[in-house]
Design a protein around this ligand. Structure first.
Ligand SMILES: Cc1cc2nc3c(=O)[nH]c(=O)nc-3n(C[C@H](O)[C@H](O)[C@H](O)COP(=O)(O)OP(=O)(O)OC[C@H]3O[C@@H](n4cnc5c(N)ncnc54)[C@H](O)[C@@H]3O)c2cc1C
Ligand SMILES: *[C@@H]1O[C@H](CO)[C@@H](O)[C@H](O)[C@H]1NC(C)=O
Length: 466
């Protein structure tokens, strides 16, 4: 028997804790580090789609996800006077025929908590907060006992068999792995200029709809959509999607300054029609809006074969972001399963040294998963063209034809293409044969995730100095 695999996972969002769970099933010794001082349970609604639904069931968290799920009755389009133009009801029939509103909509924070709870009682999994890494070096790939040498920011040094970057789009592990001369693999989404997506919370009014409500605003120098969603009575969540380039927003994002960022968004959406002025007033004055989170519309394009280098490997958004595609959470949950499964299939077998098993397993993971997850990189799906029109005429056409589409149920199977639908989750007996090895089931009580003012200052990733 090989010694337990010793793993460092950097980043405790979706992919990090999911990987910790799968590795705990093969008795790996896992350290999961997160730079935020506590579980970073912020964010708005995320959804699990297609194979993500099966993945969630495989992880045994369906009941916990169901219990925390947001019940949204459907999605509607309104015009700038607030009149409903089309309505797409939520479909409750399993995985593949979901509408714009998934049956498994859940607040990101609730999902992060559920994933953490899977390993919180595991002796083999150590969760460390307010912790990150300064440098990573590793032994030659041919060294059968080779390790990764990690220098933590607080001064400690430790060796690992495997180091995984799960830090999201701005991954520092990725930068260290690729080296200083490699180009930054982040690209702004084709045709979207320097577009952004942003979310925040405001106090509710009784007339706020329980439907996901989308309003296309008249085009200015940029194209704008604003939307509301409701997951709890007291609070309405505001979603902003902007295509085009706005210099003030670009600068504010780079500064990482929350007040400046709020001002820049208000500059774009003020006087846009519908309830924009109420939303922008709240953005700038209501304490609830301090949870503003925003991210550029961007994709991570790594050259083939570079999701890993030796014993350092990337999962989740750090390997393959595509914003705003709606599959980030689904893929963020599946990638860790495949990585753990591919390594488990080789580790401890006679043919592979421990080090070679890790290196080859990481390569196999990319080979299996990359074609699925990057299938739609660099292109916009028809659904994006239809739902994100960039002109006045486009909006008028959308409002005219959306009711027809709703009637014909075009929205069902939303976001799926044929290649994605056909793909089946691989089966790894090494991961699933020992069901009794679950260290804990999903905890029954989670911290309230409605609103975390103390985390607000952490919402803008570019604001970190380490
Ligand atoms: C605060 C937040 C809010 C979000 N809100 C939404 C949302 O409302 N809707 C949506 O669709 N998607 C949202 N996302 C993105 C979504 O979670 C991801 O697209 C997807 O789930 C893939 O997850 P991931 O684990 O790869 O990355 P992420 O979920 O981005 O998690 C990365 C984690 O790594 C941590 N981290 C980053 N750098 C370091 C470092 N150097 N050292 C240690 N830890 C580090 C981050 O603090 C974070 O906890 C949000 C992400 C974050 C971080
Ligand atoms: C890690 O820390 C040790 C001790 O401080 C130092 O000697 C070494 O150079 C560091 N490694 C890197 C790559 O910075």
């Amino acid at each position: 028997m090989a010694a337990p695999l010793k793993v460092l996972i950097i980043g405790g969002g979706i992919a990090g804790p999911a990987l910790a769970y799968w590795l705990s099933r093969i008795d790996a010794k896992v350290t999961l580090i997160e730079r935020s001082p506590h579980i970073r349970a912020s964010g708005q609604q995320v959804d699990l789609r297609a194979q993500g639904v099966y993945m969630m069931k495989k992880m045994g968290i369906e009941d916990a996800v169901q219990a925390a799920a947001v019940r949204e009755s459907g999605t509607q389009l309104v015009d700038t006077n607030g009149r409903t133009k089309a309505f797409f009801p939520t479909v409750q029939n399993g995985a593949l025929k979901q509408s714009f509103t998934s049956e498994y909509e859940i607040m990101r924070g609730d999902l992060v908590n559920i994933l953490y709870s899977l390993t919180q009682n595991c002796e083999n999994v150590n969760h460390l907060f307010y912790t990150t890494v300064d440098s990573i070096t590793q032994d030659d790939e041919n060294d059968p006992h080779g390790k990764v040498h990690v220098n933590f920011t607080h001064g400690a040094q430790e060796d690992f068999d495997l180091v995984v970057g799960a830090e999201g789009t701005g991954s520092k592990t990725r930068a260290m792995m690729l080296g200083p001369d490699a180009p930054d693999p982040r690209r702004r989404v084709e045709g979207a200029g320097k577009g952004f997506i942003g979310y925040f919370s405001i106090p509710s009014k009784p007339e706020d709809s329980d439907r996901g409500t989308f309003c296309h605003l008249p085009k200015t120098s940029v194209s704008r959509i604003i939307a509301t969603r409701k997951d709890c009575p007291e609070i309405t969540r505001i979603y902003m999607l902007m295509y085009g380039t706005d210099d003030a927003l670009e600068k504010a994002y780079a500064s990482g300054n929350l007040a400046q960022l709020k001002k820049a968004f208000a500059g774009i959406y003020q006087d846009g029609g519908w309830e924009c002025n109420r939303f922008m007033e709240a953005l700038q004055n209501a304490p609830e809006a301090d949870d503003l989170y925003c991210t550029p519309l961007e994709e991570v394009h790594l050259p083939r074969g570079s999701w890993s280098k030796g014993r350092v490997v990337l999962v989740g958004d750090s390997a393959h972001t595509k914003t705003p595609e709606g599959f980030g959470t689904t893929w963020g949950l599946i990638g860790p399963y495949i990585l753990a499964g591919e390594i488990a299939a080789l580790y401890g077998t006679a043919r592979w040294t421990p080090s070679a098993a890790v290196i080859q397993g990481a390569k196999n993971y990319e080979e299996k998963f990359r074609p699925v997850v990057t299938a739609r990189h660099g292109s916009r799906s028809w659904i994006e063209y239809v739902t994100l029109p960039t002109s006045r005429l486009g909006t008028r056409l959308l409002h005219t034809f959306a009711p027809v589409a709703a009637h014909l149920r075009f929205d069902q199977g939303c976001g799926l293409d044929r290649r994605t639908t056909k793909w089946r989750l691989p089966h790894y007996p090494e991961l699933t044969n020992q069901l009794e090895k679950v260290c804990s089931t999903a905890a029954s009580s989670f911290p309230d995730s409605y609103y975390y003012p103390e985390l607000a200052k952490l919402s803008i990733d570019s604001g970190w100095t380490w």
